[in-house]
Design a binder for this molecule. Structure first.
Ligand SMILES: Cc1cc2nc3c(=O)[nH]c(=O)nc-3n(C[C@H](O)[C@H](O)[C@H](O)COP(=O)(O)O)c2cc1C
Length: 374
């Protein structure tokens, strides 16, 4: 290995004592390739297995905790015990290649397409539709329904434990229900789940508490719990960097095993809400978090040099999404000193060799600008 990249391969011990073999993680990526009943397909399992050899952790695509939270066609399910064998199959395939398997869990809230949820009943913190064409009109959740969803996050965590996962990641990012509760744009509630910044944190923090209490009851200390968040929203009002730093400050004291920012550009800078807009979001986050909990950084890391520059910011862990679709051997190539052989654009002729299921492949090649090379 080129010594320049050696630090990416140093182990990291999480707070719960679990050792990650290196600093490289597969980012969660929805693949829309499961069966209509919510079970995983062989194509999907093979896609993960192909990418689980080099990284220390694989975070799965997001899975819904309750039927009203389904967000994508052919998304895999974790909302009922009958899904445990399917969930287990995926965990085993990842672990067999040497990576930790982390199940990402969510509720899509107002981002659910009407046709995917029971009775077309799309729900959110309040009745504010998403800012996008064709967005559904959501209904504001009643307080007891909010409690039910918190409970469902706990139940899905229990299923992840029973299915043999190494951990779960609470998906509080990308505009889905947890973020909708934190957002002053989406959350206009006047009960204990809305209003001030503190009150808008009630739902996210209640989910963290619920997940952790289920872990304490059903798993041992080695079970990993992470939390993913998006730093800012474009709307005004909307989540600002300042609000996120406040949330992160609270989360950092929650005894989580990691925090995970969601970004498409690792080096992006804040829009507003902090004095220094020239400092990257990652730098602001690291400053707030300090040594309390490891942060996973992510976003457009394609080459070994990109990874080195990102890692040099002091971020303890790096996630790769699109690049691991493009080159499943990315980590091994660096480990073997073959970083010059890394491929950074999708080769449209190589679906089979890359082991990518048909629906994900179609999405990639039909969405110009999403993946390099398309
Ligand atoms: C195909 C695709 C599906 C994604 N699905 C999810 C998801 O299910 N959950 C999530 O938190 N992020 C999801 N993301 C965001 C990625 O985790 C990641 O943050 C983003 O792709 C930027 O990293 P990259 O530049 O390494 O791809 C998805 C991204 C892509 C490209």
């Amino acid at each position: 290995m080129n010594p320049e990249y050696q630090d990416l391969f140093s182990p990291l011990t999480l707070k719960n004592g679990v050792e990650l073999k290196n600093r490289l993680v597969m980012a969660p990526m929805t693949n829309s390739s499961s069966n209509p009943d919510g079970t995983v397909t062989d194509a999907e399992v093979n896609y993960y297995a192909r990418r689980s050899k080099g990284v220390s952790m694989v975070i799965t695509a997001t899975t819904y905790v309750i039927p009203s939270g389904k967000g994508f066609p052919n998304e895999f399910a974790a909302d009922r015990d009958a899904m445990i064998p399917s969930l287990s199959k995926l965990a085993k395939a990842i672990q067999a290649q040497g990576a930790k398997a982390i199940l990402q869990i969510f509720h899509a809230g107002k981002m659910s397409p009407t046709e995917l949820v029971p009775d077309g009943d799309v729900v959110s913190a309040s009745d504010v539709p998403a800012n996008r064409e064709g967005a559904a009109q959501p209904r504001s959740l009643r307080e007891e329904e909010v409690e039910e969803i918190i409970e469902a996050f706990g139940e899905t965590t229990r299923r992840a434990i029973e299915a043999g996962y190494d951990g779960v990641e609470i998906h509080g990012a990308n505009g889905y229900l947890i973020q909708q509760f934190f957002s002053p744009h989406s959350n206009l509630r006047e009960d204990r789940f809305g209003g001030s910044l503190e009150k808008r944190m009630t739902f996210p923090l209640a989910i963290v508490d619920k997940v952790q209490s289920v872990v304490a009851e059903h798993a041992d200390d080695s079970f990993i719990v992470g939390y993913r968040f998006s730093p800012e929203e474009p709307e005004t009002p909307g989540i600002t960097m300042e609000e996120t730093l406040h949330l992160v400050d609270v989360l950092a004291d929650k005894n989580l095993d990691y925090l995970h920012v969601s970004l498409f550009d690792f080096f992006s800078k804040p829009r507003r809400g902090v004095e220094d807009l020239e400092k990257t979001r990652i730098a602001h986050l690291l400053e707030t978090i300090g040594e309390r909990v490891p942060l996973i950084g992510v976003g457009s890391i394609y080459t070994a040099e990109d990874a080195k520059l990102a890692f040099n910011t002091g971020v303890p862990l790096l996630a790769l999404g699109r690049e691991l679709v493009i080159d499943p051997d990315w980590v091994q190539k660096i480990a073997e000193g073959r970083e010059s052989e890394i491929i950074t654009e999708i080769n449209k002729e190589k679906q089979e060799e890359l082991v990518v299921p048909d629906p994900l492949w179609k999405n990639i090649i039909n969405t110009p600008g999403w993946f390099p090379g398309v």
